[in-house]
Design a protein around this ligand. Structure first.
Ligand SMILES: C[S@@+](CC[C@H](N)C(=O)[O-])C[C@H]1O[C@@H](n2cnc3c(N)ncnc32)[C@H](O)[C@@H]1O
Length: 203
């Protein structure tokens, strides 16, 4: 993959281990979202922008014995962190894929035909052109595939997550998803965690 990550201040300021700790605090939400996807044995899930990979580790357990998780991130260090976590936990059904969601063609590296479920959580506020990422993901996923998209709410006080000015409004994200060809199946807000999640289906 030729994607060249550019560093943003948030990523420069914290370590992958710290981000992993943040992810652990969101674990109940991730369980709920994997439930929305009805993720179970034999499924193939793409975790787009996995970071240090807690979602991928949780999903890898659910899809055993024959399912797989494709953990995608543009940062090799994040994938190295996840590789170590997976090895320590004896998890061997995660494929680590270094790719830039804004530039790389996922179809060459992740078998979209088999991937019917995806997570895109807390990623879009990092990318310079989120709408083009959604268009690329739409082009790659097959019709009927489902995906959970979660982001932080700019209306929150900023106690957790990125600064409010870097966040994406739910109405705006919903419009982008619809424009890209996704149908919104359900939505939920989490005021305590200053975030919201949307379950979408690729049309
Ligand atoms: C805040 S972390 C979220 C991690 C995880 N999805 C979660 O919900 O906890 C954002 C991740 O998205 C990744 N990311 C940002 N832009 C990306 C891009 N263009 N391509 C691939 N990964 C990207 C970052 O490297 C980082 O690991």
């Amino acid at each position: 993959m030729h994607g060249h990550p550019h560093q943003v201040p948030w990523e420069a300021a914290v370590s992958w281990a710290e981000i992993f700790e943040h992810q652990k605090r969101r674990q109940p939400l991730v369980e709920e979202w994997l439930g929305w996807l009805e993720l179970g044995p034999g499924d193939h899930l793409a975790d787009l922008g996995t970071g240090p990979g807690l979602t991928s580790l949780m999903a890898a357990n659910r899809v055993q014995p024959h399912g797989r998780v494709y953990a995608v991130d543009h940062w090799p260090e994040a994938l190295d962190f996840l590789r170590r976590q997976a090895a320590a936990a004896g998890v061997d059904n995660i494929d680590l894929i270094q790719a830039d969601l804004g530039h790389d063609d996922l179809s060459g590296v992740v078998p979209a035909g088999r991937v019917r479920k995806a997570m895109l959580t807390h990623v879009l506020h990092h990318v310079p052109a989120p709408q083009s990422v959604l268009q690329r993901v739409h082009a790659w996923l097959g019709p009927g595939a489902r995906m959970v998209v979660a982001e932080f709410d700019p209306g929150g006080p900023g106690r957790v997550g990125p600064p409010p000015e870097e966040r994406i409004r739910e109405a705006e994200l919903a419009q982008w998803l619809s424009d890209a060809g996704f149908h919104i199946v359900r939505r939920k807000t989490y005021p305590e965690q200053e975030q919201y999640a949307l379950l979408v289906e690729r049309r």
